[in-house]
Ligand binder design. Structure first.
Ligand SMILES: NC(=O)c1ccc[n+]([C@@H]2O[C@H](COP(=O)([O-])OP(=O)(O)OC[C@H]3O[C@@H](n4cnc5c(N)ncnc54)[C@H](OP(=O)(O)O)[C@@H]3O)[C@@H](O)[C@H]2O)c1
Length: 246
């Protein structure tokens, strides 16, 4: 039985592609969006691929999504996965003098503002019972993993967190569950310079567990089932199921 229609924005590679593939295998009808068809393995496994969805281009993003979704009544799961990390050479310290201002602006555009562009384009397809998942990061938390580096990436994902939390009020009233998830440190093009990353497959398993538990109600805590917590309007660590402080 179909689990409904999932729209994965930014599904050309990495976590987005892995998650879209898993959702398809798990019984979702999957609509994948890309900026351009990837040159390697084709995306034929998905039910539909919408090309031309560049989340930094308000009109192109809207037009491509509206045209590609013209025959779709409702989206049951929206995953906003599109994201970039623009790193300066000395990103491990990133002194203010070396911050790449254009890079910060690009990250804000893709990682935060792009989410709003996508939501505006698909808002009328999100009905009671739908779920909206944003790919965020623990690096955006003001209380954890604070190293004073990667200013643009952290600030843009913190902006995404605020948008997701803010939007959860309107969407909650409409019966739509909203969650931000940290996928773990995952081995992809974004992190290929880092050690200790988990596989896309392992990350996707955690993200799927988050999606299953997304709801407007409280859910039992994974660590202590006698207590509850709400994933709605929250930042969740997909590798553990725990909430991450803002
Ligand atoms: N990897 C990690 O350890 C990690 C950790 C925490 C959070 N995250 C977040 O998880 C998400 C996926 O990351 P990843 O590691 O899979 O990165 P990735 O391999 O670099 O993939 C990024 C995806 O975003 C898409 N994208 C970039 N700019 C876009 C734009 N302007 N319009 C539409 N799509 C665009 C890319 O499409 P193109 O192929 O067209 O460029 C690609 O599909 C990101 O939001 C990232 O911030 C990742």
């Amino acid at each position: 039985m179909s689990k409904g229609t999932a729209l994965v924005v930014g599904a050309s590679r990495g976590i987005g592609r892995g998650l879209a593939t898993r959702l398809k295998n798990d019984g979702y009808k999957v609509i994948a969006t890309v900026r351009e068809a990837p040159s390697g393995e084709p995306l034929s496994a998905f039910d539909k691929v919408i090309e031309g969805v560049d989340v930094t281009d308000t009109q192109a993003c809207r037009d491509a999504l509206r045209a590609g979704l013209a025959d779709v009544d409702q989206i049951d799961l929206l995953v906003y996965n599109a994201g970039i990390a623009v790193l300066v050479d000395n990103f491990a310290t990133e002194p203010v003098a070396d911050v790449d201002i254009d890079g910060v602006a690009r990250q804000m555009d893709v990682n935060a503002i792009g989410a709003l562009r996508v939501l505006q384009a698909v808002d009328d397809k999100l009905k009671r019972g739908a779920k909206v998942l944003f790919l965020s990061t623990i690096l955006a938390s003001l209380q954890t993993d604070f190293k004073g580096t990667m200013h643009g990436y952290r600030a843009s994902k913190a902006a995404l967190n605020m948008l997701g939390k803010n939007i959860s009020f309107e969407y909650g009233k409409r019966g739509i569950a909203v969650t931000l998830a940290h996928p773990g440190l995952v081995k992809t093009d974004m992190t290929n310079y880092m050690d200790g990353a988990i596989s896309v497959d392992d990350s996707v398993s955690g993200l799927v567990r988050v999606i299953e538990r997304m709801s407007l109600s409280e859910v039992a805590s994974s660590d202590d089932p006698s207590t509850t917590k709400s994933y709605h309007g929250a930042l969740v660590d997909a590798t553990t199921g725990d909430l991450i402080p803002w």
